[in-house]
Design a protein around this ligand. Structure first.
Ligand code: GDP
Ligand code: IMO
Ligand code: MG
Length: 409
């Protein structure tokens, strides 16, 4: 048995959904611990593509318990829509889904505020930031409140006192209805998970977003509002850090980010178009084109450190198949000084010159490779250079979006 945490080691969209789906084969329980439906995790099975926003990516496998922890913010409307989408595709949702009674609820005003104020950061507009603000301000509404009419009324009316924009009565009625529909999923998640650990069950924690979007360790203020790093798995579920056995980071073989914020290795126009098209780099949640760039070892080294990564999974190696030269950023240069470690000063990230190493490309299709030893020589050299620079082991490589297109090293 083991408790493994899977985190994004860049700016999100590293392919966590696909990797969780693979690892979920041997797990009993899959747990989301932070974020909300700002996430978009893609799993491709045969010719079917599933995009999960809130429900753990383990839901596509039979006989797995999927859990939404207390650290997640839940939009009940989005949750019910996702359940509906899965059921339409033949995935039954009943006792295989459990939601923490303590998870905070996204309300209509959170979404309105987010759309109004989030442009500078380029948020997903899902109400994530404003919901976490209320949580921290201690005026949030939790899932358990949705099944307690008195408590819901008191809190909602207090939050909306003096507001002419939102109708507390209407929201109250709408959310009471959601409460009736989600009641069967509510549970004391911390108790359930800790009992499962005693019974030696295998648990997989599914991180959303990525390390550089983490509220503490990311490129603040261009981040999300939750703890997307491995520590979030403990605070976001009530499973103590001593129970976690392994932390796995997922990285793309290059870099992408959606929304605003510094991106030292961002491509110029021509390469941007090439990689965006080949990698189909469009947001799984908002459809926005993702910004693309070379692999940035400075940020991933930071992710190795702050997550305590035991190993990494490298995804989308195949997207580099047609590049004759590939660059890796090993350090930044700013005002004459070299930075090998991630700087806290956003000005350095915005104005530094990335210092690159160049590797030879392999110019061969890797999408049908199923064993590490069958990769082209330069692809192996590229991976070992990454491993050396990051000082971490590569545990798995992914060469396509399908379940079968990945192999362990
Ligand atoms: P997540 O948010 O980390 O789960 O990642 P997303 O699902 O937002 O984005 C990853 C995208 O890359 C999805 O469209 C996946 O189907 C796709 N993908 C995952 N792994 C690979 C891979 O190894 N190669 C290619 N070409 N696509 C991949
Ligand atoms: P997954 O789990 C990539 C980005 C947004 C924006 C910033 C803040 O699919 O990897 P928010 O709505 O969270 O307040 O937006 O964070 N962002 C993501 N980028 N992948 C994600 O999730 C993201 N979730 C949020 O684009 O820049
Ligand atoms: Mg995504």
């Amino acid at each position: 048995m083991s408790c493994r945490v899977v985190v994004g080691a860049q700016w999100g969209d590293e392919g966590k959904g696909k990797i969780i789906d693979i690892l979920a084969r041997d797990a009993d329980i899959i747990v989301r611990y932070q974020g909300g439906n700002n996430a978009g995790h893609t799993v491709v099975i045969g010719d079917k593509e599933f995009i999960l926003h809130l429900i753990p990516s383990g839901i596509l496998r039979k006989n797995k318990l999927c859990v939404i922890g207390n650290g997640v913010v839940v939009d009940p409307e989005a949750l019910l829509r996702e359940i509906g989408m899965l059921e339409e595709k033949g995935i039954k949702i009943d006792s295989n889904l459990m939601i923490s009674e303590s998870a905070h609820v996204i309300l209509p005003y959170h979404k309105v505020i987010d759309k109004r104020r989030g442009a500078q950061i380029g948020t997903t507009g899902r109400g994530i930031g404003p919901c976490y603000i209320d949580k921290m301000a201690r005026c949030g509404i939790r899932m358990i409140d949705l099944v307690n009419p008195e408590s819901l009324k008191k809190k909602l009316y207090a939050n909306l006192e003096g507001s002419s924009e939102f109708d507390a009565g209407q929201i109250y009625n709408e959310y009471l209805e959601y409460g009736k529909k989600v009641k069967k999923y509510l549970a004391n998640v911390s108790q359930v998970l800790n009992k499962a650990i005693v019974k030696k069950k295998d648990i997989l924690f599914e991180g959303a977003q990525g390390t550089l979007l983490d509220i503490d360790h990311g490129t603040y203020p261009y981040v999300t509002s939750s703890s997307a790093t491995a520590g979030g798995a403990s605070t976001g579920t009530g499973v103590g850090p001593t129970r976690i056995d392994k932390v796995i980071g997922v990285v793309k073989a290059y870099t992408t980010r959606v929304g605003e914020g510094p991106f030292p290795t961002e491509f110029e126009k021509v390469l941007m178009e090439k990689i965006r098209t080949k990698g189909r780099e469009f947001g799984a949640t908002t459809g926005r084109p993702r910004r693309c760039g070379w692999f940035d070892a400075v940020i991933v080294k930071h992710a190795v450190t702050v997550n305590g990564l035991d190993e990494i999974v490298v995804t989308k190696l195949d997207v580099l198949d047609e590049m004759d030269k590939i660059k890796i950023c090993a350090a930044y240069k700013y005002k004459g000084k070299e930075y090998k470690d991630f700087p806290a000063d956003i000005d350095i990230l915005e104005n530094c010159e990335p210092l690159y190493e160049e590797c030879g490309g392999w110019m061969k299709d890797t999408t049908s490779v199923t064993r590490y030893k069958d990769l082209p020589g330069n692809a192996k050299k590229y991976l070992s250079r990454l491993s050396k620079l990051l000082n971490v082991k590569i545990g798995m490589v992914s060469v396509g979006s399908k379940r079968e297109q990945a192999f362990r090293i």
